[in-house]
Design a protein around this ligand. Structure first.
Ligand SMILES: Cc1ncc(C[n+]2csc(CCOP(=O)(O)OP(=O)(O)O)c2C)c(N)n1
Ligand SMILES: [Mg+2]
Length: 797
């Protein structure tokens, strides 16, 4: 890079640091309404990446690259986008405020082209790795071949690498021959509370090399390298290399005088090196000692440009100083530190920024604004128009074919539905990509995989097949395969779904990802699932087995809380059908729903925001149930809306049983047995407590705002039930899932479900033990809907 361009870049680096610092100061000190939000974490943490991000965004990045920026570097990111004309001053002034620039870069809430959200540390890092796999998947199909491959880049805090999900991803990346991924570790040797352990870099280096990555260590900047070449320089190098992290941090914080004293104490009277130190005044000495690789533009540029010449994954360990360029540089408590107004004032003057001109993009720089504008106008990253894509939707047939056997489980039904799709040559079949964390077969995806194959960038034959050894499954890997086989780590499944589920927007190719796992292990990957939803990734998760219905498999595998997760998780529509015909309707809808993107009014019948679209969670079961005969046809909408009357209660009904999922036979039996002793008993099949609840909340809010006619689906269903009628709800999951049904119209309610773990046994044993069997339903009805004794109660017991 020419000296002129380097000078422009150095000027922009100063400006980026100033704007980020001012943004934080403005939010914390100048805007009274954010007083309650006085949280640090940004100032020092941002400053440590100012140089690297300046080099990246203004020189190295290409439009096809995608970046996950360490959460606390958000002000630096927004400042860069501001200089590129993609962020408004208004949003910066409103940093961390209502609708302002976000504390942590947010793909959905920010408006300045955030590629991947970050916040919960570790997840954005893994997202880049899986996005790189998505890019390979797309190119393996011959799509987007005309475009250059992008680098998937994460700016990683050194303490962020404590997060285990990063290493889970690393292993998966190695298995899949990861390419085009750069992780740039901001090695400031500080976390939130403390200074990191000595020699951590060596562990990182060994680890990454073991996983097949190139490791580039940016330790010394050019000033330091030049000093090392001077007489006595080697002694200085040794001193720096041996200096413990806390001491280096402390001296950085104290500045030139302290450096001089300490260096002379340690290296005084040693001839050349003493003179090397003495030749520099305090400021020069501080600049020299602060000139680590991660703050040296030429070293960074060289290393990054070099990495672009190949597609191997690269880990950069960039030595930095937390708070570089600010008075809190290096102090171990600086994470929550904020510059006080007098320090900002000093910095403002040092930056040559006049009061009242704090937001001016080129204020105080020694280069003419026209030159800087020219430089910014030519930044490669900012060329080429919008970086988000909106490919067309994939057609979904009106019905998904499935032959319902007289008895089967919803898990089997799912396998059959996927098999039928696999057999077809439809666009839907081509765009589905499945993944499973080592439970492909046990979640019933085997038939789909047999037909569609496993994905790998290069062919790998199934040895059993080539050796003609009989096997049910054909495990052939090829670039055409549509199933990504993952190791057991559920975090990886969800981040992979997050990456595949953003393919339409990030890479311009729409994919319909479906992930299967055991229901209890949703909790293992829950933060990653939440992350995927926060980014608005679109995917379907299919979870089996679930609940205590898995019977003898054991207490450790029982899932109790997942129905509540399904209800509470934003961005995810959750269903728990009991029957395969319901599932066929829901799965079809899910393929369509996951592709929607829009806004507008909520659906007038349900008050759900269905036009927005989202992810879908299907909680299925391995329990074989007798399947109802006859077409569900007219009820299809009700199945999607969340509930339908399997048996409509009469006008004088005393009891309604509302059930969800695999306990259907118990609910049906209880209703049958009660019929002689309670009038007009009703049976409500709830396919989605989540959607019923969301619609009810939305309609209530609409009424409170004056739309008196607003009615949700569940209000219409229960509105027809006599007020004195009691409700008994039952689900193989936490009873709170359906307990709220009583609040909709004020019906007395008793809710059955599972609250405790761990007993093993047959389904029958367990339903009895936890009180969700037929007998318990009848007992609850008798207690809550008094009348003559229900005779079957005694007989059943
Ligand atoms: C999963 C998760 N746990 C905890 C936090 C709170 N937190 C934010 S940053 C941070 C550590 C920062 O250290 P490092 O990654 O080294 O970044 P630096 O500030 O030094 O740049 C912590 C614990 C978080 N954001 N996410
Ligand atoms: Mg750190």
């Amino acid at each position: 890079m020419s000296d002129r361009r380097l000078a422009a870049l150095a000027a922009l680096e100063r400006k980026v640091l100033w704007l980020a610092t001012w943004t934080i100061h403005n939010a914390n000190h100048l805007r009274p309404h954010t007083d309650g939000l006085k949280v640090g974490g940004h100032q020092a943490s941002s400053a440590s990446l100012a140089t690297i991000m300046t080099a990246l965004y203004f020189v190295v990045l290409r439009p096809e690259d995608r970046v996950a920026v360490k959460p606390h570097a958000s002000p630096i990111f927004h400042a860069i986008q501001y200089l590129l004309g993609k962020q408004t001053r208004e949003k910066l002034e409103n940093f961390r405020g209502y609708k302002g620039a976000q504390s942590y870069p947010s793909r959905t809430k920010d408006t300045d082209d955030v590629d991947f959200s970050t916040g919960s540390v570790g997840l954005g890092v893994a997202q880049t790795l899986f996005s790189s796999l998505v890019q390979d998947y797309i190119r393996a199909r011959g799509w987007k071949k005309e475009l250059p491959e992008g680098k998937m880049i994460a700016l990683v805090g050194d303490a962020e690498l404590d997060e285990g999900n990063i290493f889970e991803a690393l292993l998966e990346g190695w298995k899949h021959g990861l390419r085009n991924t750069w992780w740039i570790i901001d090695y400031n040797r500080q976390s939130l509370d403390a200074v990191v352990r000595e020699g951590l870099w060596a562990r990182f280096e060994a680890l990454f090399r073991d996983f097949g990555w190139d490791v580039v260590i940016l330790k010394h900047g050019q000033l330091q390298q030049q000093a090392f070449a001077e007489p006595g320089g080697e002694a200085l190098r040794h001193w720096i290399d041996a200096c413990p992290n806390p001491l280096y941090s402390a001296l950085t914080f104290q500045g030139g005088k302290a450096w001089r004293k300490r260096l002379l104490d340690d290296l005084g009277d040693q001839g050349d090196v003493t003179q090397l130190i003495e030749r520099r005044n305090d400021d020069e000495l501080a600049r020299l000692m602060g000139n680590l690789g991660g703050h040296d533009l030429p070293s960074i540029l060289e290393a990054l440009e070099q990495a672009r010449t190949h597609d191997r994954p690269v880990c950069f360990i960039a030595y930095t100083i937390k708070g570089f360029g600010l008075p809190l540089a290096g102090h171990k408590d600086n994470h929550a530190g904020l510059l006080i107004p007098s320090q900002i004032e000093t910095l403002r003057q040092a930056m040559g920024v006049r009061a009242g001109h704090e937001w001016d993009p080129f204020e105080g720089l020694d280069l003419p604004p026209a030159k800087l504008k020219e430089f910014l106008g030519a930044v490669p990253f900012a060329q080429g128009g919008p970086r988000r894509h909106h490919p067309p939707q994939i057609d979904v047939p009106a019905n998904l074919a499935v032959t319902v056997a007289p008895s089967m489980s919803t898990q089997q039904g799912f396998g059959l539905l996927m098999h039928e799709i696999a057999k077809s040559d439809s666009e839907l079949a081509k765009r589905i990509v499945t993944a499973s964390p080592d439970v492909t077969v046990s979640t019933n995806l085997g038939a789909w995989v047999n037909r569609r194959g496993l994905f790998a960038r290069s062919e790998m034959v199934d040895l059993f097949k080539s050796e003609r050894i009989p096997s049910t499954y054909n495990w052939t890997f090829s670039p055409a395969g549509q199933h990504v086989e993952l190791g057991i780590a559920e975090m990886n499944l969800f981040i992979l779904l997050s990456a595949f589920g953003l393919s339409h927007s990030v890479f311009g190719e729409r994919l319909l990802p479906v992930g299967t796992l055991y229901d209890p292990f949703i909790e293992r990957g829950l933060d990653a699932l939440n992350y995927a939803c926060y980014q608005d990734a679109r995917f379907i998760i299919v979870a089996t087995p679930s609940g205590i219905t898995l019977g003898p498999e054991g207490g450790a595998h029982q899932s109790i809380a997942t129905p509540l997760i399904g209800m509470a998780q934003d961005g995810l529509a959750s269903f728990e059908p009991a029957y395969v015909d319901e599932l066929a309707i829901i799965l079809r809808w899910a393929f369509e729903y996951m592709q929607r993107s829009g806004d507008g009014e909520p659906d007038a019948a349900t008050w759900l925001r269905d036009m927005v679209g989202g992810g879908v969670y299907l909680r299925l079961s391995t329990r074989t149930l007798e399947q109802p005969q006859g077409a569900i046809g007219p009820l299809a909408d009700d199945v999607i809306n969340g509930a339908y009357w399997m048996r409509r209660p009469g006008p004088n009904a005393q009891v309604v049983v509302a059930y969800t999922g695999a306990v259907a036979p118990e609910a049906i039996a209880a209703v049958g047995l009660m019929a002689e002793d309670r009038r007009d008993v009703g049976l409500l099949a709830v396919t989605s407590a989540d959607r019923l609840n969301a619609g009810w909340t939305a309609a209530s809010r609409a009424r409170e705002r004056g739309l008196v006619e607003a009615r949700s689906h569940i209000e219409r269903l229960l509105g027809a039930v006599a007020p004195q009628c009691a409700l008994v709800t039952v689900v193989d999951g936490h009873p709170a899932t359906l307990a709220w049904l009583g609040a909709v119209m004020g019906h007395r309610t008793r809710s059955l479900g599972v609250e405790h773990f761990g007993q093993t046994g047959s389904i029958e044993d367990l339903y009895r033990h936890y009180g969700i069997d037929t007998q318990s339903i009848i007992a609850a009805a008798q207690a809550i809907a008094p009348g003559r004794p229900i005779r079957y109660l005694r007989q059943v017991s």
